[in-house]
Write a protein of this length. Structure first.
Length: 261
């Protein structure tokens, strides 16, 4: 009996030690000294998306009192005396990085940010309109894909030109407690067709200065599950076996006591 108590004590001690060690790997934003306030510099200027082949771009053209010109662009304008509000048109970026814009023909868009493309289209239209048009550009198929601990699936980013790792995780529903924060992989495809994989430790502040902190369209995020996740089936089986063994031991003890009377 004493031997069993000693075994149970050491088992509980081992589990407690493992739990304390594992917890250190769980929290985000682990800054040395645990300050109440701290600042971290990110590469925000480089985080804005740039258009690339297979993107779908939505372009809205607003032209005050220019019904005829708006009609030339297959868009809808407003009545005279008011602001013309054009409907959004979508364009698929070709493999050569171009879109076929009404009356302008092929327009190179690959490599532009949304703001840069807005200004570029304005310049192309400036000689065709008396009034400067209002151009709005956005990426309509801004998707981030997930594998691993966060489960398979994707999120669609609306009305934003950039999104960082933590924003994407919050939209996805975060990761489990057992996930490996130090093995957070991002797969990114570049214009030359090559894929690059980057491993990050998102529990450390250095992640904010990584060029992969801001995600790009079609990035794939893989979060490596912790060992606890792989042990869950075994733990469930062990629990079943332990319960069955306990039941059999109880019956055996009961029968033994009854037979001695």
């Amino acid at each position: 009996m004493k031997l069993n108590i000693i075994k149970v004590f050491f088992l509980l001690l081992l589990l407690s030690t493992t739990s304390c060690t594992s917890y250190k790997k769980i929290p985000y934003f682990q800054v040395e000294g645990d300050p109440k306030e701290f600042e971290l510099q990110s590469l925000a200027a480089k985080g804005t998306i740039r258009f690339q082949p297979e993107d779908i771009i939505g372009i809205t053209l607003n032209v005050p009192e220019e019904q005829l010109i708006v009609s030339d662009y297959s868009l809808t304008g407003g009545g005279s005396g008011g602001q013309g509000v054009a409907g959004e048109q979508t364009f698929l970026v070709s493999s050569s990085g171009e879109i076929n814009f009404p009356t302008l023909g092929l327009v190179k868009v690959a490599g532009f940010t949304p703001e840069e493309l807005q200004e570029h289209i304005k310049q192309l239209l400036s000689g065709r309109m008396k009034i400067e048009p209002i151009v709005n550009v956005r990426l309509t198929n801004f998707r981030i894909y997930f594998l691993g601990d966060a489960g398979g699936g994707q999120i669609t980013v609306d009305n934003k030109d950039r999104i960082d790792i933590f924003e994407a995780l919050s939209l996805r529903g975060d990761m489990s407690i057992s996930a490996r924060r130090d093995r957070f992989f991002i797969r990114r495809q570049f214009p030359d067709g090559k894929f690059r994989f980057e491993r990050l430790d998102i529990s450390k502040p250095e992640v904010f200065s990584s060029p992969y902190f801001y995600l790009r369209q079609n990035d794939l995020v893989y979060i490596q599950p912790g060992r606890a996740a792989s042990m869950q089936p075994d733990m469930a089986l062990l629990g079943t076996i332990s319960g069955l063994a306990s039941f059999i031991l109880t019956i055996f003890t009961y029968v033994t006591l009854v037979s001695r009377k």
